[in-house]
Design a protein around this ligand. Structure first.
Ligand SMILES: C[S@@+](CC[C@H](N)C(=O)[O-])C[C@H]1O[C@@H](n2cnc3c(N)ncnc32)[C@H](O)[C@@H]1O
Length: 188
């Protein structure tokens, strides 16, 4: 699972992260990996998560961190790029998480309505967050569940998305991560 490089960096999945950067440079597919998977692992572990839903698998870096940080959790992760799903499957299997991580190949809007509510943690890491994504993630999360949203500086709906997360009747939110580009919210 861990290469010598990843062991020295303290990130057991650093080789998947590095592989994702190599892949995107070759293919220009903009699948930038999250800046530090350990934040996700710690949040999922602190929440004692049993069910996690992830939007944007890329090559499996963050799915592996969720599985590592929350050892009792099952993770549903979604991506519409068949090559990403293929590479992620290989990486997730090699990391030993194949039994707990389900890869759904398809668009977020098609897959999310098919999932059963009651998730402890939701993670949006697609290209640009939409209000539809937010509505569906809110439906899927249990009260008290944690939503992590990246890329809040991208897309035409990011501003409205931030405003919704700032509604204290619905969410308790901090924009502390990644200079405010990533929000961490609790569903009220
Ligand atoms: C930023 S990357 C995810 C990075 C990954 N979480 C990590 O840290 O390694 C975004 C991924 O979302 C996928 N994606 C973007 N929009 C999507 C959509 N509407 N439906 C399904 N997958 C989508 C892309 O194919 C890409 O692999």
């Amino acid at each position: 699972m861990a290469s010598r490089d990843s062991a020295s960096s303290g990130d057991p999945f650093a080789s998947i992260r590095a592989g994702t950067l190599t892949h995107l440079r070759k293919h220009g597919c903009h699948c930038y990996p999250f800046f530090d998977g350990s934040l996700l692992g710690v949040i999922a572990g602190a929440a004692r998560a049993l069910r996690i839903v992830e939007l944007g698998t890329a090559l499996g870096y963050t799915a592996c961190w969720f599985a590592h940080g929350a050892p009792d959790a099952r993770i549903d992760t979604i991506d519409f790029d068949p090559e990403h799903v293929r590479l992620a499957r290989t990486n997730i299997e090699a990391a030993g998480f194949a039994k707990r991580v389900t890869l759904h190949e398809g668009a977020f809007d098609d897959v999310l309505p098919k999932l059963k509510p009651g998730y402890d943690v939701g993670f949006f890491d697609g290209f640009d967050p939409t209000l539809r994504n937010l509505k569906e993630l809110r439906t899927l999360l249990r009260p008290g569940g944690v939503l992590i949203t990246t890329n809040l500086n991208f897309g035409s709906e990011a501003r409205s998305y931030r405003e919704r997360l700032s509604d204290s009747k619905q969410w308790r939110t901090t924009f502390a991560a990644e200079d405010g580009r990533t929000a961490i919210s609790i569903k009220i």
